[in-house]
Design a protein around this ligand. Structure first.
Ligand SMILES: C[S@@+](CC[C@H](N)C(=O)[O-])C[C@H]1O[C@@H](n2cnc3c(N)ncnc32)[C@H](O)[C@@H]1O
Length: 286
């Protein structure tokens, strides 16, 4: 999109918003992308509306706008970063873009953990948001995180270094790395893949086309990752202990009965998220 060199910020934003709207995208995306291109806050953008936009910034901005209009690529994949629990994390094509619901999962863990030293393990850490946030919020905790994807772990390690979080990352399938390291967590937390293969067609293109397959799908019923984790809990968990899982809206009862089968004395509560959808199971193991 060609523009004069002295074109002002508000004009660029107006044109971009209209262009996005014409292409069936959310016009607000323009302002969010501009904040990233200029590396400023929203308040700062508002004070710059009558300033000319440097050519290099306009070029970068319009490339992003055109790509988003054409493919729907989410802002986080364009900018390579996502916000979680008030911090910025690096993300890429190998990591799920963290969701606000997962912040609620972290909050539940933070509320439950006592001041004593505890060992926490995050299974399927992706960009590392859960493990890193818990390590920073709970300095008394010893935190481990695993993933089956080496590529995701590379991003998680970078995020931990960037944010100064002490997390030990382990590569492997489900709870296998814990068994190999003889690790017995007091608290196990996971947001594993939980979408049924049969629901693939119901997903938004922005999810299906940009989030990694490994992070989304869990067999024909969406339960395969939970089944694998729960089957190994009796062998690895310290007692008393807690298990926190992020879940799909309708998966709570099935998870509760798997927990009752494999950990007969445990108690599982199902909690809704801020939108009223069942989103977290909290299992207490005596
Ligand atoms: C839904 S994403 C969650 C990522 C991150 N914890 C978050 O909440 O944003 C699930 C993650 O689990 C990982 N994963 C999938 N199958 C796994 C398995 N069998 N063992 C360990 N990790 C697995 C994926 O690579 C992905 O990073």
């Amino acid at each position: 999109m060609m523009e004069k060199n002295d074109v002002k910020l508000y004009e660029v934003l107006r044109r971009a918003s209209l262009f996005l709207e014409e292409n069936g995208r959310e016009p607000k995306f323009a302002e969010l992308l501009m904040m990233d291109c200029l590396q400023v806050s929203r308040t700062h953008v508002l004070t710059m509306m009558r300033d000319p936009v440097p050519e290099a910034v306009r070029k970068q901005f319009w490339q992003g706008i055109e790509q988003h209009a054409e493919t729907g690529v989410p802002l986080e994949h364009l900018t390579g970063k996502a916000s979680f629990y008030g911090r910025d994390f690096r993300v890429d094509e190998h990591t799920l873009i963290p969701r606000p619901e997962t912040e609620e999962l972290v909050e539940k863990v933070v509320q439950t953990v006592s001041r004593e030293p505890v060992t926490i393990v995050d299974i399927g850490t992706g960009s590392g948001v859960i493990a890193i946030t818990l390590a920073l919020e709970l300095p008394q905790a010893i935190v481990y995180a695993t993933d089956i994807s080496e590529d995701a772990l590379a991003i998680a390690r970078q995020n931990a270094a960037m944010l100064g979080a002490d997390v030990t990352f382990l590569h492997g399938d489900s709870l296998v790395p814990l068994k190999q390291e003889n690790l017995q967590p007091d608290i196990l937390v996971s947001n594993p893949p939980y979408i049924a293969e049969s629901d693939r067609s119901t997903l938004a293109d922005t999810v299906k086309d940009f989030d990694p397959e490994l992070a989304l799908f869990a067999g024909s019923d969406g339960m395969s990752a939970y089944k694998k984790i729960i089957a190994d809990l009796p062998q690895v968990m310290k007692r008393p202990g807690h298990v926190f899982l992020e879940i799909g809206d309708e998966q709570g009862p099935a998870i509760k009965s798997l927990m009752q089968r494999d950990l007969p004395n445990s108690d599982t509560a199902i909690h809704p998220d801020i939108n009223g959808k069942n989103r977290i199971t909290h299992t207490t193991i005596p």
